[in-house]
Design a protein around this ligand. Structure first.
Ligand code: PDD
Length: 267
């Protein structure tokens, strides 16, 4: 595969980074990730908006214009024959003289194959394990996933797919997805301490009347349906949180209808 590194398209194995980069020694950097569908980058402007905003909020200079990034992305899609896949843009924290302050980082753009969750998970729904935690600077798409990478070793033992973060009884999101509940036909999603997911935004638009507000764990456990959204999962029904079954214990009609509507958007 080919990637973009240091202003050039090169073979991915040849890409390199300084060992003292803050990305490595402090976990400081930003990224974004979007899909390609039939050789087209899906919702590209929304992802680029978020990537530029993440760079600005983390004080990391990004010396490329939107048009330049789009040209590179198009080139990578062609060179990698990336019909259906994913593109990851990463901006590292850079090499800093005090090994701490944000510096001028290195921009990488990688083409990746994309593995969706198995169909069985969409048919049956998944289980989330709750965890009292809130992502720091949650609105920024940083590369810091140390907590969930560590916590994921616990999920497998519990038969869970992922985690559900909550603090003082209020839910924020899952490790790499946003969270929604449905009660009596009303859809709600947390308003704070979340990454503003592009899939979240699209689902809110598709659904029309979503309440964006604090959502409590108690409400989630008593909901008719719950689901998560992300670029790599689209919309995945959640039918269990810890040992509580949600609704009927099966994916519900609102979730399935929204997933079908999203699939039409993709085409
Ligand atoms: N994760 N919240 C967090 C913390 C995320 O990392 C992501 C994305 C989302 C969903 O955002 P979007 O709908 O724009 O993908 C919410 C990516 C897919 C990942 O880390 O793999």
């Amino acid at each position: 595969p080919f990637c973009f590194a240091d202003g050039q398209i090169i073979s991915t194995e040849k890409a390199s980074i300084h060992p003292m980069d803050l990305g490595l020694i402090r976990g400081y950097g930003i990224f974004d990730f979007f899909r390609t569908v039939n050789f087209q980058a899906l919702f590209l402007d929304s992802y680029l908006d978020r990537f530029f905003a993440s760079a600005e909020k983390t004080f990391l200079p990004l010396d490329y214009s939107r048009a330049e990034l789009k040209a590179v992305i198009q080139d990578l899609i062609e060179k990698n024959h990336l019909k259906e896949g994913g593109i990851r843009m990463v901006l590292s924290g850079g090499v800093s003289s005090n090994h701490f302050s944000p510096a001028k980082g290195k921009l990488f753009i990688f083409a990746e194959s994309l593995i969706f969750p198995a169909q069985e998970k969409y048919d049956k729904g998944i289980k989330l394990l709750s965890l009292e935690y809130v992502r720091p600077i949650a609105e920024i798409k940083t590369t810091n996933y140390a907590l969930p990478v560590w916590d994921s070793m616990r999920w497998k033992d519990a038969g869970a797919e992922d985690v559900l973060y909550h603090m003082n009884g209020i839910i924020s999101e899952s490790s790499r997805s946003n969270f929604f509940i449905v009660k009596d036909g009303v859809i709600s999603t947390p308003d704070a301490h979340v990454l503003m997911g592009i899939t979240r935004k699209n689902v809110i638009e598709l659904a029309g009347n979503v309440q964006i507000r604090p959502v409590s764990m108690q409400e989630a456990l008593n909901a008719d349906e719950t689901f998560i959204t992300s670029t790599t999962k689209v919309l995945l029904p959640v039918t269990q949180i810890d040992e509580h079954e949600i609704g009927t214990g099966r994916p519900g009609p609102v979730s399935l209808d929204l997933l079908e509507k999203f699939r039409k958007l993709e085409r």
